[in-house]
Design a protein around this ligand. Sequence first.
Ligand SMILES: *[C@@H]1O[C@H](CO)[C@@H](O)[C@H](O)[C@H]1NC(C)=O
Ligand SMILES: *[C@@H]1O[C@H](CO)[C@@H](O)[C@H](O)[C@H]1NC(C)=O
Ligand SMILES: *[C@@H]1O[C@H](CO)[C@@H](O)[C@H](O)[C@H]1NC(C)=O
Length: 167
Amino acid sequence: MFSLLLLLLTIPLFFHFASALINVTIDDTDPAIVYQGSWEASSTHLSSLDYGGSHTVSGDSTASATLTFTGVAIYYLCPRWPYAVNTEVTLDGGQSVIVNLTDPIASTTAAGGSESAQFSVVWSATGLTNTTHKLVLTMAPTGEFIVADGFMCVVSPLPSNSGSSFS
Ligand SMILES: *[C@@H]1O[C@H](CO)[C@@H](O)[C@H](O)[C@H]1NC(C)=O
Ligand SMILES: *[C@@H]1O[C@H](CO)[C@@H](O)[C@H](O)[C@H]1NC(C)=O
Ligand SMILES: *[C@@H]1O[C@H](CO)[C@@H](O)[C@H](O)[C@H]1NC(C)=O
């Protein structure tokens, strides 16, 4: 009787602990990303250096890519190029940030051509409220491209008031 009670009490605690935060990765072809303006399809930009094997790019200064997600953190994944490439990132209509996507290690080449560094986290925002957020990628005033490759979103699937102290 006592051990059954213990079991019943421990199962929910364990599940809350095990699934408190989950990283979900979203590729550039995911329907959660809405592309506006002119974009070059991911099938025309294939590379093993990209998350999921390809990226989507725009040279349209009025284009945007909007990812809507519910979660507590977001990581922007992108490869880097051996020449000047950047993308402007705006979360929830706040201050825009220009993310530098130039590979600091590769020797500089004239603009054009393939990426030279494997995708990594190039920008992130953590400690967000567990609500719906909008991340918008646009062309920086000084830029020529907008690049979407992957996003890692940290979701918090269980209510925080489910009784566990493990959160
Ligand atoms: C999600 O991924 C980021 C970046 O790799 C890492 O810092 C973080 O700890 C991960 N979070 C979870 C809940 O796995
Ligand atoms: C972007 O990063 C590259 C490589 O580190 C650097 O050479 C370049 O000056 C940076 N560009 C800007 C605008 O900061
Ligand atoms: C986070 O929000 C989602 C969607 O509204 C909800 O299902 C989930 O229970 C929330 N998580 C926490 C820890 O409150």
